[in-house]
Design a protein around this ligand. Structure first.
Ligand code: SF4
Length: 70
């Protein structure tokens, strides 16, 4: 299954992903984005949320959001 994840080492905290898909992305205490571990499986998302996650991934200026097969 494909999960969406944030590489926190790359994130610059711009807030694009949290604005686009706030049901999945939020900031951690250090001001970097993280994906909700209980809501990060793309196949389990409804179509709208899945599209928002993919939009967020494309909108990330540093390419910190990735899909991982697990
Ligand atoms: S869009 Fe990318 S750089 Fe911006 S907060 Fe999200 S993961 Fe971080």
């Amino acid at each position: 299954m494909e999960k969406i994840k944030v590489n926190e080492d790359m994130c610059i905290g711009c807030g694009a992903c949290t604005a686009i898909a706030s049901d999945v992305f939020s900031f951690n205490d250090d001001g970097y984005a993280k994906a909700d571990e209980n809501n990060n499986v793309l196949d389990n998302m409804d179509e709208n949320l899945k599209n928002d996650c993919l939009d967020a991934m494309e909108s990330c200026p540093v390419g910190a959001i990735v899909k991982e097969e697990e």
